[in-house]
Design a protein. Structure first.
Length: 138
């Protein structure tokens, strides 16, 4: 396969797979850590209304979704890319970080979560995935 086509495929699949992992974790999160009583987490308005009721434990699964989604997406891109594996992994991390920033702007969260999420879930996970994707032989 042409290296340019392979690199484009790496980005597309990295974004797709990472988003799927993120969404899967978010979908099961309420069964792992139940939401506060009376919270409706199915709409943005419900999430905004429930935010004051949230405890730190309620932010564990969203953080894991963001971090693991980025990690898996960036690793996918790094493994598939024909060249510049680390660059493609970091690019996936920045794409997910833009999504995280948009999420924070739409759905305000506690400052501590914003700092932890933006600081640890995206670029560091993408860098780690890039290192894993490159492996020892390159």
């Amino acid at each position: 396969m042409n290296s340019i086509a392979r690199n484009i495929l790496a980005v597309i699949l990295g974004l797709f797979v990472g988003s799927a992992v993120n969404m899967a974790i978010i979908m099961v999160s309420s069964s792992v850590i139940p939401p506060p009583d009376g919270a409706d987490l199915k709409t943005v308005e419900g999430l905004k209304a429930a935010m004051p009721l949230m405890e730190p434990k309620h932010f564990v699964m969203p953080f894991l979704a963001h971090a693991l989604g980025t990690l898996v997406g960036a690793l996918t891109a790094a493994k598939i890319a024909a060249s510049y594996k680390m660059r493609f992994a970091i690019a996936i991390g920045f794409c997910f970080m833009v999504g995280g920033i948009m999420n924070i702007l739409m759905l305000p969260s506690p400052l501590w979560f914003t700092i932890v999420d933006l600081g640890l879930a995206y670029v560091p996970m993408a860098y780690f995935a890039g290192k894993l994707g490159i492996g020892k032989n390159n």
